[in-house]
Design a binder for this molecule. Structure first.
Ligand SMILES: [Fe+2]
Length: 582
């Protein structure tokens, strides 16, 4: 059976293709269109998935959209009516968005792909998140928690999943509905702190490490706990439910002070800069507390040792680490793409296993479902551009790149198929030695153009992770897709300075050899040279651009930015002009 999953029209559109229950292709539209967070209907991604499998759209048995447009429309309409007349300006905007595209998804899919309407199915948004988290995890029974900004109505769900012959099911036990949303709470602070919503949430988490939760009581005033263990936002402090243009109200500003102007740099030495850091720390700590309490209750209720986490909130690695330490669950599984892009895969899996009742299959435990680097493409590009090219056997290449790293060079690393999800997990990465603050600053300044407070992540062979990082049992699994933040052991912090955050932590990736054998071999080779098999690993992209996909994008990024050496497959390219590289 051939099932295509699609997510679109909010942010991060994607397509995913399952054939006979197994994934064959999945990619975000932005990686192909080169528009960051591209939300457009992912025609290019769909075309690529079909081409990858060598099939035509007519051969699909089903196309599954990741949410129910009518329910979403119901929510937008209801909220607009509730807020009337306050909402009268934003109402036409909301209607236009819904009516223009979101509502007519079946028609769009049918006409664009030539698929009959009867083959087009819809899953609920949070069921897609739940399926993406649970049906990709190597567990047969688990509790499930999903949390994001909002889907149709639900913004947080708890439930349980079971899979196996004849018993695959996802049962959602309870939900918390819009506007009471942890994702919207965090996004409101993201906007207040002057960052772009749906993108700057990482920055709030990074900034939180520089502050103290001195305003946690104020945050608890605007997000109140309810007697049944849930929470409610006090909507007097928010505006996101009435207009798309503003998320916090005048009362919010009275409580927390003036918002940050996005154009002003954050000066952490100033009282104002510290206030923003404290604000970030405060919302972070309240978010963590709510998630921990919710997960504790779910653990008590289900009695299960494993938790699958989905939704954009599952990208909060600091919260995930607290969940692992405090919720009672022994293991936590976060997929590589817990956000809406991963819902394309989740929707397809939900349809396959649950709607059609197809046999349970173990999902391959890696994120590499996108386009593959074409052999020889990088060498051709570099030769045409008259730059030094070497094509080397793997063992020679790995040793050569390990030497580059030891000598302080910054490497653009492209290998195999592109990752699904926001994180570079070894196939489209910028790599560097982990000890040098100067290297970190150079990547921030010359390549990523990022704020100084943003940390970089380390990658380490899974077998030796605990030597360098303090990980509770279950930590190595949580770190498989960089989903947890853990303390760097104090004795290693200086030697791992480029990947240690100001609070002594790191968002570590624990790498198993089978998942990315060439990167694993590079870690070993670098370890033999330096004594520490750890590398700085950050996503291969320039600021504001999607992660590179093809050799040409890697090459242009290498030529424009401060990357010293570019590797794709067997090819190693350096820059003639800089004279830095051998
Ligand atoms: Fe979502």
């Amino acid at each position: 059976m051939k099932i295509l999953g699609v997510s679109a029209h909010y942010h991060d559109a994607a397509a995913a293709l399952l054939i006979d229950g197994m994934p064959v292709a999945a990619v975000q539209e932005e990686r192909l269109s080169r528009r960051k967070n591209d939300a457009a209907f992912p025609l290019t991604a769909i075309d690529w998935c079909l081409a990858r499998a060598g099939i035509e759209a007519e051969e699909l048995d089903a196309v599954v959209f990741y949410e129910r447009p009518m329910l979403k429309f119901d929510r937008i309409l209801t909220c607009a009516l509730r807020a009337f007349p306050h909402s009268w300006r934003s109402f036409p905007h909301a209607m236009k968005n819904s009516l223009g595209e979101k509502l007519w998804v079946r028609g769009i899919i049918s006409s664009q792909l030539g698929v009959p309407r009867r083959k087009i199915l819809f899953t609920e948004h949070h069921r897609s998140h739940a399926a993406a988290a649970f049906l990709t995890a190597p567990v047969h029974d688990a509790a499930i928690l999903t949390a994001d900004g909002v889907g149709e109505w639900a913004a947080l769900t708890v439930g349980r999943g079971a899979r196996g012959p004849g018993r695959t099911a996802i049962t959602l036990l309870r939900e918390i509905r819009f506007p009471h949303s942890l994702g919207m709470l965090y996004s409101t602070f993201t906007a207040y702190l002057g960052f772009a919503v749906n993108e700057g949430e990482y920055k709030v988490m990074g900034l939180a490490s520089y502050g103290r939760p001195t305003m946690a009581d104020a945050v608890r005033k605007i997000v109140r706990r309810t007697a049944d263990g849930a929470f409610q936002l006090d909507m007097d402090y928010f505006d996101f439910h009435t207009t798309a243009r503003r998320s916090f109200s005048a009362k919010f500003v009275d409580l927390f002070g003036p918002p940050r102007d996005p154009l002003d740099p954050i000066d952490l030495e100033s009282a104002e800069g510290q206030r923003f850091a404290d604000c970030a720390a405060s919302v972070q700590s309240v978010l963590e507390d709510i998630l921990v309490d919710t997960a504790k209750a779910l653990h008590r209720e289900t009695g299960l040792p494993d938790l699958c986490l989905g939704g954009g909130v599952a990208l909060n690695g600091v919260a995930n680490q607290r969940l692992l330490n405090e919720s009672g669950f022994e293991r936590i599984f976060v997929p590589p793409a817990p956000g809406d892009a991963g819902c394309a895969l989740g929707a397809a899996l939900y349809a396959d296993r649950i709607h059609f009742g197809n046999p349970d299959r173990d999902f391959p435990d890696h994120p590499f479902w996108g386009p593959t680097i074409e052999d020889g493409a990088l060498a051709r590009l570099a030769r045409e551009d008259d730059q030094p090219v070497e094509e080397l056997d793997d063992s020679v290449l790995i040793e050569r790149v390990a030497r580059d790293l030891a000598e302080g060079r910054i490497i653009g690393w492209m290998d195999g198929a592109l990752e699904l999800g926001p994180r570079a997990l070894g196939h489209r990465s910028i790599l560097a030695a982990p000890h040098s603050i100067q290297t970190r600053d150079r990547i921030n300044r010359d390549i990523k153009h990022r704020e100084q407070f943003r940390p970089f992540a380390p990658v380490v062979p899974i077998e030796v992770a605990e030597r360098y990082f303090e990980m509770p049992p279950g930590g190595r699994r949580l770190a498989r897709f960089m989903s947890g933040v853990f303390p760097v052991r104090p004795e290693w912090r200086e030697k791992l300075a480029a990947v240690t955050h100001v609070d002594g932590t790191a968002r570590v990736q624990t790498l198993e050899r089978a998942m990315a054998p060439r990167l694993y071999a590079l870690l070993e080779a670098y370890g033999r040279r330096s004594g520490i098999p750890v590398l700085l690993n950050t996503s291969f992209n320039l600021s504001g651009e999607p992660i590179v996909n093809r050799a040409i994008e890697g090459y242009l990024t290498f030529r424009r930015g401060g990357i010293d050496v570019l590797v794709a497959g067997q090819t190693r390219v350096t820059k003639r002009a800089t004279g830095k590289s051998a």
